[in-house]
Design a protein around this ligand. Structure first.
Ligand SMILES: Cc1ncc(COP(=O)(O)O)c(C=O)c1O
Length: 340
């Protein structure tokens, strides 16, 4: 990083960072003024929960599959200010869009002020029908806030088309960006309704638009260089190709697991799944399987107790990598005398 002028760097706390916001805004389909560069989805979700005005008894509706970095900012607000957090239970697997819409629609009350949900959930990887849910919220005058931690880099994303009021993300996940390069999106019409959580010069200047949310004091510019590089890389390959391969890979490994009598927790609707396939494999305990795969074969898998395996298939995985996992999975079952 060249430093022509002593003031260039590291005087970095209060810049618009348009050289990073512009390519990101183009990638996610919004304007630069609607984007604040923050550290990660947890920070963006906290900004959202802290920033909207809610009164005691007002309700926030979410799913039972939220990540702590999405749910807990609302739980904090509930404990501190007496709002109510209500949850719908997502079926495993989710069958279709109408099922999700009905669950949300039935749970809305006259006190519902915000609908918050993961675009792709951490628990099963289901891709929720975000556009339809945001449309439902808008039709009832309810704010929509979407946790999109997993989305950029996994699937194509156009925030204006999605129609959400707020969106958070962590491109260090599927875009393989640097850690600490997250973002908060706030639809232009909603920006003036959101309070700052961190306040310094500019917090009360509406003309800064979403830039006021990224004024957090001295910050980490090298992480943003990483973000821009990861955007360029994904654009070179093309998100169409990436998304297509993600779906093909997850469908392959999911199909192979079902052949092995795994119970599918992955939606049968292709629109509601992408690069995360989740299966339930009783009586195999995930903790033991994870340990065996890693210590014996250096294969890293993740899941959830007691029997859930969450298989992520980023595009750089090869068929041979997935087949090696499947072969070792069969070996494990044989060794443990499990004839599922
Ligand atoms: C849906 C979802 N939201 C939020 C997070 C938190 O991400 P971060 O730690 O980057 O803030 C995760 C992490 O896995 C997640 O899956």
């Amino acid at each position: 990083m060249a430093q022509q002028d002593p003031e260039d760097y590291p005087i970095w706390g209060y810049a618009p960072w348009n050289q990073f916001r512009d390519p990101l805004a183009a990638f996610v389909g919004c304007t630069r003024d609607e984007i604040a560069l923050v550290r990660n989805a947890t920070e963006a979700n906290s900004y959202i929960a802290n920033g909207v005005d809610l009164k005691p008894g007002d309700e926030v509706l979410m799913t039972d599959q939220e990540h702590p970095g999405g749910e807990q900012p609302w739980q904090l607000k509930a404990k501190r200010y007496g709002i109510a957090v209500k949850k719908i239970t997502l079926p495993k697997p989710v069958q279709n869009t109408a099922q999700v819409l009905n669950l949300f629609s039935d749970a809305i009350t006259p006190r519902t002020r915000v609908i918050f949900f993961s675009h792709i959930t951490t628990v099963t990887g289901v891709v929720l029908p975000a556009k339809e849910l945001c449309g439902l919220a808008r039709s009832k005058g309810i704010l929509s806030a979407v946790d999109g931690a997993h989305v950029p880099g996994m699937m194509k994303l156009n925030l204006h088309d999605l129609g959400c009021d707020m969106y958070s993300s962590s491109p260090h996940k599927w875009l393989q960006s640097t850690k600490g390069s997250g973002f908060l999106y706030v639809r232009d019409e909603v920006i003036d309704r959101l309070w700052n959580t961190i306040a310094t010069e500019g917090w009360n200047e509406p003309k800064l638009r979403a830039e006021r949310f990224q004024r957090i004091g001295s910050s980490n510019i090298p992480a943003l260089w990483g973000l821009r590089a990861s955007l360029e890389f994904a654009n070179q390959i093309g998100m169409d190709r990436i998304e297509k391969r993600h779906c093909q890979q997850a469908d392959y490994i999911h199909g192979e697991m079902v052949k092995r009598h795994a119970e599918s927790w992955t939606s049968p609707d292709p629109a509601l799944r992408c690069a995360i396939a989740t299966v339930n494999v009783p009586p195999i305990h995930i903790g033991e399987l994870e340990k065996w795969m890693w210590t014996k074969h250096k294969i890293r898998i993740r899941g959830g107790e007691p029997y859930k395996i969450r298989l992520s298939t980023p595009y750089y995985l090869r068929r041979a990598d997935m087949d090696r996992f499947l072969e070792k999975f069969d070996e494990y079952r044989k060794e443990k005398k499990i004839n599922a």
